[in-house]
Design a protein around this ligand. Structure first.
Ligand SMILES: C[S@@+](CC[C@H](N)C(=O)[O-])C[C@H]1O[C@@H](n2cnc3c(N)ncnc32)[C@H](O)[C@@H]1O
Length: 308
């Protein structure tokens, strides 16, 4: 965690304490998660200072119980504080605190769990398939990069069509499944790597198509510009994910994996938007009807600015 992240977590902890003081939230039921919780834990270690602070601020000791609140619970706390009138809440700190999405152990366990296939579309993403079938690029020399490829369902479909596919994922279990499948189908045109998006070297003007399915691209990360720069002239970026409104449905969708309306075009200001839709359709994760976002952007040589 860098200095700014630490400062943000502490300021959001202060908002949490304000909520307790004015009885907007209950410190036991509405336990904060992620970095706010970490900041609270560290504060408690300074027992005397924390004790004095509690008595001076709340007139009582505020206990900490290490319970886990899911993303909907965290969203509920965030909304309570916002409705109370705290307007400098840091949405990213509250809503991207979701540990289970980014936790690689969780993804490794997910891929190891045979039951996970029941809630997951094992076939290639429908939007990607429809787009490729319509666009129908010639397979020779058409180079595709699959970001956070998971078990490789999209890469395998693309490689079987004859495209040159490279993919990466931070999950070792996921990549093992990709490699096994590539061997099974004798796909010498599919390469897969264990790597995180933060460390992966995208290269310059490498890809005709970059695929990013159900991986949350986050604002203010250095990889956004690297993705743009890695596209060839006329290269395409295709994305599908959950819309923010899908959170209000029945399903347990982590807040951190959703996109607001027009969020994706604003993440890629240097690409020309070709498709930007918000359909209600079956999601690939959860296999339920919900609101999604679908985006295709295209690079034109003159449009990409310098490296950030
Ligand atoms: C919802 S799955 C999507 C997998 C794949 N794109 C698909 O549609 O089948 C999200 C994937 O992101 C991977 N992931 C999470 N954090 C990552 C990171 N920092 N860098 C690379 N991959 C990551 C997980 O291991 C997981 O495979």
């Amino acid at each position: 965690m860098n200095y700014d992240d630490a400062k943000n977590s502490i300021s959001q902890l202060q908002h949490f304490f304000t909520g307790i003081k004015y009885q907007i939230i209950d410190n036991i039921i509405h336990h904060p998660q992620g970095t706010i919780r970490n900041a609270w834990e560290i504060y408690i270690i300074h027992t005397t200072i924390y004790h004095d602070f509690c008595h001076a601020t709340f007139g009582r000791y505020i206990h900490y119980i290490p319970t886990t609140v899911d993303d909907k619970g965290q969203l509920c706390v965030y909304n309570k504080l916002k409705n109370f009138g705290i307007n400098n809440l840091n949405e990213t700190v509250w809503l991207l605190a979701s540990e289970h999405h980014s936790s690689l152990t969780t993804w490794d366990n997910y891929y190891k769990d045979s039951k996970s296939v029941l809630t997951f579309n094992l076939h290639a993403n429908r939007f990607l398939k429809a787009f490729i079938e319509k666009y129908n690029p010639p397979s020779d020399y058409f180079k595709v990069l699959d970001i956070a490829m998971g078990r490789g369902r999209n890469s395998i479909w693309l490689a079987r069509k004859g495209y040159q596919v490279v993919g990466f994922d931070a999950s070792i279990e996921g990549i093992q499944i990709v490699k096994y499948q590539a061997e099974r189908f004798n796909l010498t045109n599919l390469q897969s790597y264990v790597a995180s998006i933060e460390e992966f070297s995208f290269g310059l003007e490498q890809w005709d198509l970059v695929v990013c399915m159900y991986f949350p691209l986050i604002n203010q990360t250095s990889y956004l510009r690297r993705i743009e720069q890695s596209l060839k002239n006329e290269g395409l970026l295709i994305v599908e994910g959950f819309h923010w409104d899908s959170l209000s449905g029945e399903h347990r969708i982590p807040t951190g994996v959703t996109y607001r309306t027009n969020a994706i075009p604003s993440l890629f200001p240097n690409l020309t938007t070709i498709v930007n839709e918000e359909p209600v359709d079956y999601s690939d994760f959860g296999n339920e009807m919900t609101k999604l976002v679908r985006y295709v952007g295209q690079k034109h040589h003159f449009s990409v600015s310098r490296v950030n």
